[in-house]
Design a protein around this ligand. Structure first.
Ligand SMILES: Nc1ncnc2c1ncn2[C@@H]1O[C@H](COP(=O)(O)OP(=O)(O)OP(=O)(O)O)[C@@H](O)[C@H]1O
Ligand SMILES: [Mg+2]
Length: 616
């Protein structure tokens, strides 16, 4: 067993791509994979002979669209009936099915149809990131800080934490993405002057806006807001829809039911979108898109902005809310920092800048690396590996959404309001509604709507307080306590004062959440997947060896039959037979479908032909 790394790694688990960092020699090191990539696509592909994660999975997506899974972050901790899930499902090439209210992803793996939770898919991406770090460090990694959008609710957070556990990681903290970015930004510009900084983080799938107060090494989030379902993927979708319709109009052909064509066109749309961030016009071309028909069309930046106008305008909502929640007018904001790949879009920049009266924005050299850098700093601080520059750094975060319980009349009784600094504990006293009531069921919600709580807020789960001594209604005093830890995760409990009876949760009965037993089973499965990966690697290696052996054998035999000693006495028919065998073997060598056994058999056939001709 390898030595265990005594620090913690940080993983930025993104919707579209993920990265891993470690604190080394007093600075952040973003770890590249064996190909030198500093980020890894958040993709997992299932195949007849094994599993691929990251770059290799994304590369074969067009060939294997139904079994190439991405966007797990858009599913994690959500219900099957969530309108966002339903909308996404309609455009994903892979199938999502329902089990007890939770969405499961269907894929054929090793020839068998299996289902996976979003947690498991994310855990596969996390374990790939863990592997990349372990290869670099030469040590086993046990601890990690993982990033989440600030706007993630409790279900999404705990599901992300479970994904870490399944990957064999002890998640020492979940860190909010904009807070991490603030730490990276602030560390480079540390000053004792107080500053109010807006972090605007628009990535592949989520938008987060946080207002962070910075002074010296203390970075305190004052308010946060966002849209957990808005990002680059949505701009790609809008563009895809546009071109799909163009193709239909021009050629009377509909590609809607062809996942391979959709994937190829989507990739072309994403490329066009990125190109339009630096030029004003580009062409989208996909050869033989559908029914042998090529696709080619041009698009201008103006048209791209028109297509996405509604989405682009919606980015200001969270900005406005953050400023009003933090009670800081926009002229009191010192810096506006852009984070996330989608902030490279000029229109996004101009909308944000426009809101602040045309102000200059603070652009980073690598807007997509700020989050991983900050998370790495936090990982080093939490494991006591600080340096002179980071030793006085303190990150103070807030809870993004109010938490409470449903009261009589479906009124939302808030126990912890949104934007409360975390970790935090707060209690409220509730009571019974009937005489001699001995049991009280607490339904826990997260959200901002006071009326019609169950309809308007996010249901997290429930817990039951039993053994309340019989008393007239309204008399029992039930202390209801909510605890939120530094990761933003909730623990709730209730206690009846006279009896001291207590009920606490870890919330049960909640959709999208895994039980300890399920996490356990998935951890075992993860080990099995890894063994399968090893077995398929071994098979792959055996195949490469057999192929190489055959190739060099063909070369050898060619040399021998061409030599004068043998050419002199070998009959023409024998020579032709051997040559035919060699030609056939050569053809098979270049064919991807040839199996290990076939390579061996081909080699044997040649040996036999030589023996029959009397060549030893
Ligand atoms: N030059 C560019 N112009 C426009 N969009 C870009 C550009 N470069 C990258 N993007 C987009 O940025 C997105 C990826 O950004 P990023 O890596 O910050 O997201 P993520 O971390 O995967 O997702 P999230 O943080 O939302 O979970 C992709 O949608 C990508 O197409
Ligand atoms: Mg991101």
């Amino acid at each position: 067993m390898k030595e265990v790394f005594d620090g913690a790694i940080a993983i930025d688990l993104g919707t579209t791509s993920s990265s891993v960092g470690v604190w080394k020699d007093g600075r952040v090191e973003i770890i590249a994979d064996e190909q030198g990539n500093r980020s890894t696509p958040s993709y997992v592909a299932f195949l007849a002979e094994g599993r691929l994660i990251g770059d290799a999975a994304k590369k074969q997506a067009a060939m294997n669209p139904r079994n190439t899974i991405f966007d797990a972050k858009r599913l994690i901790g959500r219900r099957y009936t969530d309108p966002d899930v339903q909308r996404d499902m309609a455009r994903w090439p892979f199938a999502v099915v329902e089990k007890e209210g939770s969405p499961l992803i269907k894929a054929t793996y090793l020839g068998v149809e299996e289902t996976f939770t979003p947690q498991e898919i994310s855990s596969m991406v996390l374990s790939r990131m863990k592997e990349i770090a372990e290869a670099k460090l030469g040590k086993t990694v046990k601890k990690a800080v993982i990033t989440v959008p600030a706007h993630f609710n409790d279900s999404q957070r705990s599901a992300t934490q479970d994904a870490g556990t399944i990957a064999g990681l002890h998640v020492i903290q979940l860190i909010n993405e904009p807070t991490a970015a603030a730490a990276a930004y602030g560390l480079d510009r540390k000053s004792n002057l107080e500053k109010n900084v807006v972090i605007f983080d628009l990535g592949g799938g989520t938008l987060d806006v946080s207002l962070v107060n910075m002074k010296g090494g203390v970075f305190a989030v004052k308010a946060t807001a966002g849209d957990p379902h808005l990002g680059g993927e949505d701009f790609d979708n809008a563009l895809l829809e546009h071109f799909k319709n163009e193709f239909k109009r021009k050629h009377k052909l509909d590609i809607s039911q062809d996942p391979r064509a959709l994937r190829r066109l989507r990739d072309a749309c994403e490329r066009a979108k990125c190109t339009l961030s630096s030029v004003s016009q580009t062409t989208v071309e996909v050869g033989s898109l559908f029914d042998g028909v090529d696709f080619s069309d041009s698009i201008s930046r103006d048209r791209f902005e028109e297509i996405n106008a509604t989405l682009f305008n919606s980015i200001l909502e969270p900005v406005k809310r953050v400023l009003s929640d933090a009670k800081i007018p926009h002229e009191k904001v010192d810096d506006i920092v852009l984070v996330g790949g989608s902030t490279r879009i000029p229109k996004i920049q101009s909308v944000v800048s426009g809101y602040f009266g045309g102000r200059q924005l603070n652009k980073l050299d690598n807007p997509d690396e700020a989050v991983i850098s900050g998370a790495t700093i936090q990982a080093s601080i939490l494991t006591g590996h600080t340096s002179e520059t980071t030793q006085d750094i303190v990150l103070l975060d807030v809870t993004p959404l109010s938490l409470g319980v449903a009261l009589v009349g479906d009124i939302f009784g808030i126990v912890i309001p949104r934007n409360t600094p975390i970790p935090t504990t707060n209690s409220e006293v509730y009571t019974t509604v009937e005489d001699n009531q001995t049991e009280v069921l607490f339904s826990v919600y997260q959200g901002e709507r006071i009326v019609e709580c169950s309809k308007n807020n996010h249901y997290l789960g429930e817990f039951l307080l039993t053994g309340v001594p019989p008393m007239p209604r309204h008399q029992p005093q039930l202390d209801t306590t909510f605890d939120i830890d530094a990761s933003g995760l909730l623990k709730a409990s209730a206690r009846e004062r006279t009896s001291g009876r207590r009920a606490s949760v870890t919330i049960t009965n909640s959709v999208g959440r895994l039980s300890a037993a399920e996490v356990d089973r998935m951890m075992k499965d993860a080990e099995r997947f890894k063994r399968d990966d090893k077995a398929s690697e071994a098979r792959q290696r055996a195949k490469m060896d057999a192929k190489y052996d055959l190739k060099s054998y063909i070369g050898q035999v060619k040399g021998r039959i061409a030599s004068p000693q043998i050419g002199m006495w070998l009959s023409r028919t024998a020579m032709e037979r051997i040559e035919a065998k060699l030609a056939h073997a050569l053809e098979k060598v270049e064919n991807e479908d040839t199996t290990t056994d076939e390579f061996r058999k081909l080699q044997l056939d040649i040996t036999q032909a030589l023996q029959e001709a009397g060549i030893r």
